[in-house]
Design a protein around this ligand. Structure first.
Ligand code: SAH
Length: 276
């Protein structure tokens, strides 16, 4: 891939989020990632399950107050505010969508909580930050958009200090995928501008190569599965409020997401790694 093609891809992802951030956040309960349910008896609504997922990511970072934390692909800033306010840390969020930077900067920060947030337009594969300037980093459903995951992991290894934690929450794919499932996944990747989805082993290998030790890698696909159904429902409800082409696109997306819920080889990983 040429540099120009890579830049086009990043610009395309940014443009998608400039356009659809509010819609995605509305159907996903405020943030833009899956919800996490502890089990069948866990009846919390999607917004609470989504905050639960953010909480699990932060827990894995083992933060101490005052630390500098990087949120890689920060969306509208909701997870960053939750992490900063819950743990009294300074979270710097980066995104490739200018609209998201604006939204995130306008997001109110709870006055009675310690911690701080700041947001910048930046590409994770070319981070502007100094070497070893962060105590930890997390990436919730952002690596999935990056063509060059090794470049992003290399940059994270560079800006994290030795001993710093990196937590990733993202999709993975089993090595064996049937024809029909592969088609559905291809469709999902097209709709959401998702790059290749790595296997669990692939994540481990890339992390090690970039200079991380993998502490834990847990597949939580059953804990997040309810999200797909709820998002498809949300898309269908929104279709009624929209006109023309976008409505047709959304209806199509709802059908795909519905079916994605039944794609067994689509996994979801929580990964905790340490910068060597
Ligand atoms: N982590 C947020 C948003 C997830 S949506 C949440 O959980 O709510 C994916 C995010 O990744 C978007 O903010 C998008 O702008 C960002 N992203 C995608 N490619 C990126 C890149 N190359 N560099 C930085 N951010 C990127």
């Amino acid at each position: 891939m040429t540099k120009a093609m890579a830049q086009n891809h990043v610009d395309g992802v940014g443009a998608m989020y400039d356009l659809h951030t509010d819609l995605f956040a509305e159907v996903l309960g405020g943030s833009m990632h899956v919800g996490y349910w502890s089990g069948a008896e866990d009846a919390r609504p999607l917004a609470a399950a989504s905050a639960h997922m953010t909480g699990l990511v932060a827990e894995r970072l083992a933060l101490t107050p005052g630390q500098q934390v990087l949120d890689v692909g920060c969306g509208n800033g909701k997870p960053a505010v939750q992490v900063a306010a819950d743990h009294g840390v300074h979270v710097t969020g980066i995104t490739v969508s200018a609209y998201q930077v604006r939204l995130a900067r306008e997001r109110p920060y709870p006055a009675d909580r310690p911690g701080q947030v700041s947001f910048q337009l930046a590409d994770a594969t070319k981070l502007p930050d100094d070497d070893a300037s962060f105590d930890s980093a997390y990436a919730i459903e952002s690596l999935l958009h990056m063509d060059d995951k090794d470049a992003a992991l290399g940059q994270l290894a560079r800006v994290l200090r030795p001993g710093a934690r990196l937590v990733i929450a993202d999709f993975c794919l089993d090595a064996l995928v049937g024809e029909r499932d592969a088609q559905l996944i291809a469709h999902m990747r097209e709709i959401f501008r998702i790059s290749a989805i790595p296997t669990m082993d692939d994540y481990s290998m890339r992390l090690r190569r970039a200079g991380f030790t993998v502490l834990d890698l847990t597949d939580v696909r059953e804990n997040v599965r309810r999200t797909y159904d709820l998002v498809a429902q949300g898309f269908r409800q929104t279709v009624g409020q929209l006109d023309g082409e976008l409505a047709a696109q959304l209806a199509g997306s709802a059908t795909v997401i519905d079916q994605i819920g039944a794609v067994q080889p689509l996994g979801y990983l929580l990964i905790t790694a340490v910068r060597q």
